[in-house]
Design a protein around this ligand. Structure first.
Ligand code: OGA
Ligand code: ZN
Length: 369
C-alpha cells in the first residue's frame, strides 16, 4: 500500500494534521513546517532561515493539497511547499525509532564460525568490493582483510579506502612488537585480555586497524568479542551488575615521558534510548577510582562477571592472522586481545586509529551510486 498518499487534512492554530490513506495520522507543528520547509534551503541543502527568528505563532491562512502540500503563511503571505513523501518520512512521531542504526547485528562466537576475509587488492580496485567490508564494520563491528602488502606503513592504504588516520601521541601509527623498555604491555609478548584501546582518551578512537606484517611465532593469535552483545546479555542475566557498570565512572590513565592522558567514564555507556553504544574496558589502564563505599564491592563483582563473560567462549572468537592480514574494528564496541607468544620467531604488527563517521560517510556515498 502507498503510505505517502494523503486521505484528508485539517489545521488549527498550532498544527497541520494529515490522515494518510493507510490509516496513519501525523501532526506537524506550523513552526516546525516553516523551519523545515525545503524552499528555505540553499541548493547545497543547508538551511537559510534563522530558526530563532521564525514567528513563533506561525500559522497558515490556507493549506491546499494537490500532489504537493502548499501552505500560505498568514503573517506575510509567503508560501511553503512539501512533498507528501518527505512529510511522511520526517513525521516526528516516528523519531524514536527513525534515527537509530537499524543495521546493527550483535553477535556471539557461534555466529562467527566462518570468518570472512575481504581482499585488499579487490577493494583497492573496485568500490563494489569495498562496500561489504565497510558494511561489516558498521553492522558486526569488525572486518578481516587479507592480501594487504607487507611493506611497512601499508595499513594507511586500507584507511585511504574510506577515511583519515587519527593521529595520537603514539604517532600516525604504532608498532606492536617486543620492545626493550615497553611503555605499554602491548609492546611485550604477554597475553592481552580483551580490551578496547585508549579509554583514557576523550573521545576514544572510534576505529582501530591492526595490520600484521609478521606472525611467525608460537602463539600470538588474535581474539575479538562483541562488547555490545555481552553487555546486552549482562543486562538480561544480572540487571544490577549492568546498572553499576553503566552508571559508575571509572578512571583510566596513561602516562609516558611525553603524555599524560586521563578520562573518567563508565565501562558501559547507553544512548538516550537505553541501547548499549560504547564499551570502555582496559585492565592495564584502569586506576583507583572514587565511588560510594557501599558500592565498591558490588562494582568489583559486576566487573568480574562482565570481564569473565567477555573472555568466555560464548562471546570470544580466536584466530591467527598471518602476515598480509589485518583487522579493522569499532573500538567502542569490539574487544580485541591476543594470546601471549614465545620469543624465538618474529611478530610485528602496525596499528593506527581512524574515525567511524568517515567510514559511515563513505558507505552512504557508495550507496548513492
Ligand atoms: C594493541 C593490541 C594486539 C596484538 O596493540 O592495541 O591490542 O595482537 N595488540 O598484538
Ligand atoms: Zn589493543
Amino acid at each position: 500500500m502507498d503510505t505517502n498518499t494523503i486521505a484528508s487534512h485539517q489545521f488549527d492554530d498550532d498544527t497541520l494534521t494529515i490522515n494518510w490513506t493507510d490509516g496513519h495520522t501525523s501532526q506537524f507543528h506550523h513552526i516546525w513546517l516553516r523551519d523545515n520547509a525545503p524552499d528555505n534551503r540553499h541548493a547545497n541543502g543547508q538551511k537559510l532561515v534563522e530558526t530563532a527568528n521564525i514567528p513563533f505563532d506561525s500559522k497558515p491562512s490556507t493549506v491546499s493539497i494537490n500532489g504537493t502540500v502548499d501552505l500560505t503563511w498568514a503573517d506575510d503571505g509567503s508560501t511553503s511547499r512539501f512533498d507528501p513523501a518527505w512529510l511522511r518520512h520526517n513525521a516526528y512521531e516516528q523519531s524514536e525509532v527513525g534515527k537509530r542504526r537499524q543495521t546493527i547485528q550483535t553477535w556471539k562466537a557461534a555466529d562467527m564460525q566462518t570468518l570472512i576475509f575481504h581482499d585488499y587488492a579487490n577493494m583497492a580496485a573496485d568500490d563494489v568490493a569495498l562496500r561489504p567490508m565497510l558494511q561489516s564494520v558498521r553492522d558486526h563491528g569488525f572486518a578481516l582483510i587479507t592480501n594487504v602488502p607487507t611493506e611497512l606503513k601499508s595499513l594507511f592504504k586500507i584507511i585511504d579506502l574510506f577515511g583519515y588516520v587519527r593521529e595520537t601521541n603514539y604517532g600516525t601509527l604504532f608498532d606492536v612488537q617486543v620492545e626493550p623498555n615497553p611503555t605499554n604491555l602491548a609492546f611485550t609478548s604477554l597475553t592481552l585480555t580483551g580490551h578496547t584501546d585508549n579509554p583514557y582518551r576523550h573521545p576514544v578512537p572510534g576505529l582501530q586497524l591492526l595490520h600484521v606484517l609478521n606472525n611467525n611465532v608460537s602463539g600470538g593469535d588474535s581474539t575479538l568479542a562483541d562488547g555490545w552483545a555481552a553487555a546486552e546479555a549482562l543486562r538480561e542475566r544480572d540487571p544490577a551488575a549492568f546498572e553499576l557498570l553503566s552508571t559508575t565512572p571509572v578512571t583510566f590513565k596513561f602516562k609516558s615521558d611525553d603524555a599524560h592522558l586521563e578520562h573518567e567514564a563508565s565501562i558501559i555507556e547507553t544512548n538516550k534510548w537505553g541501547e548499549v553504544r560504547s564499551i570502555r574496558i582496559n585492565n592495564r589502564s584502569m586506576q583507583a577510582f572514587y565511588t560510594a563505599p557501599d558500592k565498591m564491592k558490588g562494582f568489583y563483582k559486576a566487573y568480574q562477571t562482565f570481564a569473565h563473560m567477555l573472555e568466555a567462549n560464548e562471546f570470544k572468537i580466536t584466530f591467527k592472522l598471518d602476515g598480509g592480514q589485518a583487522m579493522l574494528f569499532d573500538n567502542q564496541r569490539i574487544l580485541h586481545g591476543r594470546i601471549g607468544y614465545e620469543s624465538g620467531g618474529k611478530r610485528h604488527l602496525q596499528g593506527c586509529y581512524a574515525d567511524m563517521d568517515s567510514l559511515l560517510s563513505k558507505l552512504e556515498v557508495l550507496s548513492r551510486k
